[in-house]
Design a protein around this ligand. Structure first.
Ligand code: NAP
Ligand code: G4F
Length: 331
């Protein structure tokens, strides 16, 4: 039985990856930091099948212990401060978790289990103010946020450990990917959650930032398959994972609101609070290498993804409304 250690397992990607690896018969170890209240929402359904290890990405001793306990064949380093907007008010925490802690994880693996295969969750945010379109593995980086800068560090230290210590370390440069498990502050989920609340009469308006931003949005369930495929190859390498399709935030609003028979223009208010100090205007990926070398393919397209998210949010809000306590999360 193969053994995998996942950091960030309570997050969106970690939960889909854990499901995938369990289906494949892996023993899955999940690193979980201490929280004052439970945060198992994304993994509630598989919680008992995961071997939980307490630890924090910023604490090397806990990572060494996690690698020792799990003795993994594969390590997926997904944990991060992953919200770009939060990286301006919290640049140091973002740097500690999203940048330097990648070295913590690599060191823990190098010291305890150097032959384990390692996946680093790199990001299209590294392309930032893009120097070519579409972006591919060879496109130079120009990060536009403390988060993007931190991810560039994480990417290069992964490449460096591969070249310095001959470790099987891969960096997946993933473009935006979404799902009903996406944190509610990210733009897709913020919109689909608001659509559900507006449709059900619980919210009157939606405050947004830059509607002209363009993104290449895919489905998280498809993207974790690419992570796994990268670690099944004979040689470690870096891959762009994307849909190759671009949509604006405005289109996201149109698709989401019109799905429930509403016009977004009646509800959306532009609020400078959600406009970023420096914006990434456009991200569009070219994943030819992943398609050809990994045989990776996309299954869920943009409209289907957004409709799926709206459907799930309507169900979630309805179940909140039906709770006997009457506690409705008004926004
Ligand atoms: P997410 O939902 O925000 O999950 C982040 C995970 O990291 C959570 O499980 C969180 O734990 C954990 N974490 C944060 N700080 C930690 C720490 N100090 N120690 C241990 N665990 C910590 O992110 P995601 O969307 O699944 O993304 C997964 C990874 O891919 C991230 O590295 C992200 O930056 C990267 N990425 C994401 C996308 C995307 O579009 N989703 C694209 C490219 C790259 P808690 O539950 O305790 O908060
Ligand atoms: O959904 P977002 O917050 O995602 P962003 O910044 O692209 O980052 C996500 O994708 C990266 C990969 O490229 C990951 F590495 C990262 O961890 C994260 O998962 O914002 C998308 C776009 C931005 O241009 C933002 O300015 O939507 C625009 N936007 C407009 N109004 C908004 C809003 N974003 C948010 N979160 N909230 C708004 O009200």
């Amino acid at each position: 039985m193969k053994r995998a250690l996942i950091t960030g397992v309570t997050g969106q990607d970690g939960s889909y990856l854990a499901e995938l690896l369990l289906e494949k018969g892996y023993k899955v170890y999940g690193l979980r930091r201490r929280t004052s209240t439970p945060n198992y929402e994304n993994v509630e359904h598989i919680k008992d099948q995961i071997e939980w290890i307490s630890g924090d990405l910023t604490d090397l001793a806990s990572l060494i212990e996690a690698v020792r306990i799990s003795n993994p064949d594969e390590v997926y380093n997904l944990a991060a401060q992953s919200f770009v907007a939060a990286s301006w008010p919290q640049p140091l925490v973002t740097g500690q978790i999203t940048a330097l802690s990648v070295t913590n994880m690599l060191e823990a693996v190098r010291i305890i289990k150097p032959d384990a295969k390692f996946y680093q969750a790199s990001s299209s945010e590294m392309f930032g103010k893009v120097v070519e379109t579409p972006q591919k593995e060879t496109t130079p980086f120009y990060p536009r946020s403390p988060y993007g800068v931190a991810k560039v560090y994480g990417h290069w230290i992964t490449v460096n450990y591969r070249e310095s210590f001959n470790m099987f370390a891969c960096s997946g440069i993933l473009f935006n990917h979404e799902s009903p498990r996406r944190g509610v502050e990210f733009v897709t989920r913020k919109v689909t959650d608001a659509v559900a609340r507006i449709k059900l009469g619980l919210q009157k308006e939606l405050r947004m930032g830059n509607l002209d931003a363009l993104r290449d949005w895919g489905f998280a369930g498809d993207y974790v398959k690419a992570m796994w495929l990268m670690l099944q190859q004979d040689e470690p390498d870096d891959y762009v994972i994307s849909t190759g399709e671009i949509h604006s935030v405005k289109e996201l609003l149109e698709v989401s609101f019109s799905y429930v028979g509403l016009d977004y223009k009646d509800y959306v208010v532009i609020d400078p609070e959600f406009v970023r100090p420096a914006e990434v205007d456009l991200l569009l990926g070219d994943c030819t290498k992943a398609k050809e070398k990994l045989g990776w393919k996309l299954e869920v397209g943009f409209e289907k993804l957004i409709h799926l998210m709206v459907d799930c949010d309507i169900k979630k809000v309805l179940s909140e409304m039906e709770r006997p306590s009457g506690l409705i999360a008004l926004k």
